[in-house]
Design a binder for this molecule. Structure first.
Ligand SMILES: [Cu+2]
Length: 164
């Protein structure tokens, strides 16, 4: 009874603020489904991707491959990714400009931390540090990739459900 009240109060605070991340504490007891979009069991979430090294997603002219994650799979809290950007022919692309945006679609908010993106300078690899995912639940991670000479970025997204 009390935990349901706390969970719905936190959820209300969560949806009312777009730019400020929600509490890092998990308001629901593990294993329970929160009311109205609170933390839910990841097993039943059909929108999620299951992390494996080498998982890739393609946009029209570009593919982003997740080479490595620290930790693997990703967790609630602090994470790092190493990705590889490939062109339509599967050739690694160096010199691209990347943005990285974590977002919780069920709560309408992102992360308060700014990811640090470092091109490795070879093999189309880019490192993303300071990926701060403070809540359990589904996170949509979107890469905006502008390849050299391209007029506009292309978005490539992965969705991971994090347990509390
Ligand atoms: Cu949230």
């Amino acid at each position: 009874m009390i935990s349901r009240l706390v969970a719905s109060t936190l959820f209300a605070a969560c949806v009312s603020s777009v730019t400020v991340a929600c509490s890092s504490s998990d308001p629901a007891p593990s294993g329970s489904s929160g009311p109205g979009g609170g933390p839910t069991a990841c097993e039943s979430d059909t929108r999620k991707d299951v992390y494996v090294a080498g998982l890739s997603r393609a946009a029209t002219d570009v593919t982003v491959k997740l080479v490595d994650a620290k930790p693997a799979p990703l967790v609630k809290g602090s994470n790092e990714l190493m990705v590889q950007v490939l062109d339509a022919g599967g050739k690694p692309v160096d010199g691209a400009t990347l943005t990285f945006t974590p977002f919780m679609p069920d709560h309408g908010h992102g992360s308060s931390a700014k990811p640090e993106i470092t091109p490795m300078g070879s093999d189309g690899k880019y490192q993303i540090k300071n990926i701060w995912l403070p809540m359990a639940g589904l996170w949509k991670l979107t890469f905006g990739v502008t390849t050299p000479g391209a007029a506009a970025p292309q978005d490539v997204s992965f969705s991971f459900c994090l347990d509390g």
